[in-house]
Design a binder for this molecule. Structure first.
Ligand SMILES: [Fe+2]
Ligand SMILES: [Fe+2]
Length: 160
């Protein structure tokens, strides 16, 4: 077995966090779609698919390492938002939080001298750089706009 019980448990939890993020982003996509903000909706639907792919990647790693896959219960996502800013801010906070969780898994892998797991987890750390910075940029432009001007941000997103 190429994975300790503790790391296996931590990665199972992370599968839950990725699926949680996927549901949350789908819920945010629906919020934007209902407001006819198609580009925002598209962006969050794409993010939802990416988080789901992350969950798959973690599951495959556990299987390859001969561990045990145990998907935890996923809490219901938030579905009501008062503004685009609130929704995007939630996504940014989430990404910052996930970065810390990935770091904790890497710390665990390093402590166990599990370099296969460390290498594997390194991909996710790099991925967080892109995810956090793109959410920070989106939040910054949303904050420059008023709720009535969000259509302009749609144009911004379509040029990304
Ligand atoms: Fe992710
Ligand atoms: Fe993410």
């Amino acid at each position: 077995m190429l994975i300790s019980k503790e790391l296996n448990n931590g990665i199972n939890e992370q599968v839950g966090h990725e699926l949680d993020a996927s549901h949350q982003y789908l819920s945010i996509a629906a919020y934007f779609e209902a407001r006819h903000l198609k580009k925002f909706a598209e962006l969050f639907r794409k993010q939802a698919a990416e988080e789901r792919a992350h969950a798959d990647k973690f599951i495959q790693f556990i299987l390859d390492a001969n561990g045990e896959v145990k998907i935890p219960a996923i809490p219901a996502p938030k579905w009501e938002f008062t503004s685009a800013e609130e929704a995007v801010n939630l996504a940014l906070n989430w990404e910052n939080d996930v970065t810390k969780k990935i770091y904790a898994l890497i710390d665990q892998a390093v402590a166990e001298k599990n370099h296969i797991a460390r290498e594997f987890l390194g991909w996710f750390a790099t991925e967080q750089l892109e995810e956090v910075s793109s959410m920070e940029q989106l939040l910054a432009v949303v904050q420059m706009s008023t709720e009535k001007n969000l259509l302009m941000i749609e144009a911004y997103i379509s040029h990304q």
